[in-house]
Write a protein that binds this ligand. Sequence first.
Ligand SMILES: [Zn+2]
Length: 279
Amino acid sequence: MEANKANDLIVQEPLYKKVEISKMTHSEAIEILFYKGYVDCFCPYCEKPSVFSGKLTIEQEQRKINLQISLSGSPGGNRTRKLFEKPEIYQLEFFCSRNENHILNVVYKVENETIVKIGQSPSSFELQRGEFKKYKTILGNSYNDLYNAIMFYSSRSGVAAFAHLRRIIENYFIAKAYKECKELPDWNDIKYKEAKFVKKLDFLKVKLPETLTQNPRLYSIISKGIHELEEEECLLYFEALKECIFLSLDDTIEENRRGKSKKKIKSELSRIDNKINKK
Ligand SMILES: [Zn+2]
């Protein structure tokens, strides 16, 4: 659990997002600041998914021990608070398991009882690039929106990031659902075309991915006009909406794969039948 938190902070979280130390245990805070476990992500140098592992210098190990000793001396007391109050910088280094010249650097600043990631190279956007590259073929033109959404999120531009995800909903999911709904016998196209965005979503509900329609909170945010969206709200819901989109796209990839396999089985069997019949 702790390891995942440290990993996610590096791979997924944007710069300058504050992580409250009071909301975690001391050992969790130390695990993040002196993390030397694995970082599971895309290596932009190898251009492949990889695993990076961290190494601490002797000085860092010593600093970690000193901090642990100071913390154990005053659990939750004033002194503990002071330890994480004054500004301090923590630097981490991780090495690609394929090539140790592929280095991932992360810089944290601790102050006022918060941990803030203030620097990273390669960026979290670069580390996630491999994860969403697989959607390029099925998303078509909407792939650029996904690319931009993740890029904006990694620089903490909430509304811009969210707006691009919403464009994927409009131009990919809604367009696809509309195409399917139009074929339904009781479909009223005039009514649909006159409807506002929220109502349109309702019309298409049966053909939209369940992950989108069955989460009322997400559904209501997607329905909001761009001018109604707020920066913090967008940042808060970005990951959830992105995961919903990924989940639906994964389903489509899986369906396509199964479709292809079935076709292959069918053609293989008919080839055998032909062979037998010829005998
Ligand atoms: Zn690499």
